[in-house]
Design a protein around this ligand. Structure first.
Ligand SMILES: Cc1cc2nc3c(=O)[nH]c(=O)nc-3n(C[C@H](O)[C@H](O)[C@H](O)COP(=O)(O)OP(=O)(O)OC[C@H]3O[C@@H](n4cnc5c(N)ncnc54)[C@H](O)[C@@H]3O)c2cc1C
Ligand code: FES
Length: 501
């Protein structure tokens, strides 16, 4: 294993305290149950409580330690290159609603921070999507044109404060960045009291719509008039959101940089291989965050290479002093580029979801919370129809078809992996698929030489998990469930651990 630099933890989590909410201990009843405490769930809970509803937020781990605790935390409507595509595939009216609703989410965050004086390193910044080659310049120019048509604060620039030349960039003015976990911890602390609750370390196992709805957890049952499932990808299989999105994993390093060498603003490259760049204030200095290396979950085993690539890029492009952090996370990409927000299925009356933020959930998760709160409060939200979670599914798009075929290939093809390999073939520090008594086993040998043997069959829908060496986890290539090397759930959609073998 290569020697990787930096602490293996998200900077956002490392620089904030635990919230220490209790687990559920008694059955109870509230107006609205919110499953999952990331940015989507916490925003919805905040708005509902402000409107006088009683809420219970249930989190399987700790508040904002999922994707929202591992993000790059740019708050922008510049989603790499999207507006020319949206106009082409969905029409100008829908593209305009997408643009305006994401801009509204930025302003919601800004207003919330200002009104409650939240100490979360919020600052207004310009956002850029750049290309270093003339070949991609046409796409950049098309994006500027599309964004201007939609009323977005866009311009074309050739000069930036990046320490290397670019061919051109789309620039959006008056965007923002923040410390996502400081922001979310502040919001969640306003929830408990007056009949509302927050529970950590409480895993939801089942959501049933009835009058009232029933949410079964590993610690008890909660009843409510409405349920919002904001577990990044819904843990409920109805609605088939795992088939309308695909899970994309990506990597971040945090490097110490002096102010005179740090770029101003937030950046992302265009094209297939790209890097995402921003700084954040830390302990009187600055950390430069550089992200990249994205791939479909469960399709890359040697993920240490992703960190090495980021480290090399960061050291060679910026005069950094040290690499202090490295972490990774994943988000679900909507195949038609628009998130799914609203009722779980066309028949649902009281169960809501939000997913498919396509790595832009700081705005899209915020606006999901706004839409879902409005819907439950009976307020017409102008963006709700665009994001309707029950809209016609895009299985017929080339990306949708490929995703379905990929899952089929994994379901069948991965069953052949590990044949002829046994536990002796697993080296120290390594995870491998092996066969024991004819069964497919996911085996990891820890540094002390002890084997941790688990069933390799994902409890979600039965695909075979794959080893992720950088995180020492078992990742499912079908719909992105992840498990620790001891088999505990790390990421939805599954709610069940891998069986111990
Ligand atoms: C590398 C990377 C960088 C990114 N950078 C940006 C960026 O700069 N700007 C931007 O806008 N977006 C960014 N994103 C996307 C953004 O971070 C996500 O879209 C957003 O954080 C998702 O929020 P969420 O609320 O859906 O999920 P989460 O934050 O993951 O919250 C879901 C919660 O549900 C909990 N949960 C799961 N299962 C259960 C269960 N059974 N019971 C109870 N609780 C459960 C989880 O533990 C988790 O805490 C990035 C994404 C990636 C992968
Ligand atoms: S995540 Fe669906 S089968 Fe594993």
């Amino acid at each position: 294993m290569p020697n990787l630099s930096g602490k293996h933890i998200s900077y956002w989590i490392d620089s904030t305290p635990s919230a220490n909410f209790p687990p559920l201990s008694d059955n109870l009843s509230v107006d609205v149950i919110i499953v999952g405490a990331g940015i989507a769930g916490i925003t919805a809970a905040t708005l509902l409580k402000r409107a006088g509803k009683t809420v219970a937020v249930i989190e399987s781990k700790q508040i904002s330690t999922g994707v929202s605790g591992h993000t790059t935390a740019k708050v922008t409507s510049l989603h790499q290159l999207i507006y020319a595509d949206l106009i082409k595939n969905h029409g100008e009216e829908k593209a305009r609603i997408y643009a305006q609703s994401n801009q509204a989410a930025i302003e919601f965050v800004a207003k919330t921070v200002a009104e409650s004086q939240i100490d979360c390193d919020f600052s207004r910044q310009s956002a850029y999507t750049f290309t270093e080659t003339e070949d991609n310049l046409k796409d950049i120019e098309k994006e500027v044109e599309a964004a201007l048509k939609l009323g977005l604060p866009a311009s074309f620039v050739r000069e930036t404060s990046l320490p290397f030349p670019i061919a051109g960039a789309v620039k959006f003015d008056n965007q923002a960045q923040f410390h996502s976990r400081k922001y979310l911890l502040h919001l969640i602390k306003q929830i408990p009291g007056d009949g509302s609750y927050v529970f950590e370390n409480t895993r939801v196992l089942k959501v049933e719509e009835d009058t009232p709805c029933r949410v079964t957890t590993d610690k008890g049952i909660i009843q409510g008039q409405d349920v919002i499932v904001t577990t990044n990808i819904p843990i409920t299989d109805e609605g088939l959101f795992f088939a309308k999105t695909f899970p994309k994993r990506s990597y971040i390093v945090g490097a110490r940089i002096s102010a005179d060498k740090a770029p101003q603003g937030m950046y992302i490259g265009s094209g297939e291989k790209y890097y995402s760049i921003r700084t954040t204030p830390d302990a009187g200095g600055l950390l430069l965050l550089v992200g990249g290396g994205g791939h479909k979950v469960g399709t890359v085993e040697n993920t240490e290479e992703k960190y090495l690539d980021l480290e090399n890029y960061t050291r060679s492009r910026f005069g950094v002093e040290s690499i202090d952090y490295r972490w990774s996370t994943q988000d679900f990409v909507s195949v038609d580029k628009i998130p799914y927000v609203g009722k779980l299925t066309p028949l649902s009356q009281h169960t809501y979801v939000a997913t498919g933020f396509s790595l832009w959930g700081m705005t899209q998760g915020t606006l999901s919370g706004m839409i879902l709160a409005d819907t439950i409060l009976g307020i017409k939200n102008a963006a709700a129809d665009l994001y309707d979670a029950t809209r016609a599914t895009p299985f017929v798009t080339p990306k949708g078809i490929k995703q379905t075929l990929d899952v089929g290939t994994h379901w069948i093809g991965d069953r052949l992996k590990g044949l002829g390999k046994n536990l002796d073939d697993v080296a120290v520090g390594e995870g491998k698929l092996v066969t024991v008594d004819g069964e497919k086993v996911a085996a990891y040998r820890d540094e002390a030489g002890e084997i941790h043997a688990l069933s390799a069959i994902c409890p979600h829908l039965g695909c075979v998990v794959a080893w992720n060496s950088g995180e020492k986890s078992w990742d499912c290539p079908c719909h992105g469930s992840r498990f620790s090397c001891n088999g505990e759930v790390l990421h939805a959609p599954t709610v069940k651990n891998l069986k111990k073998f």
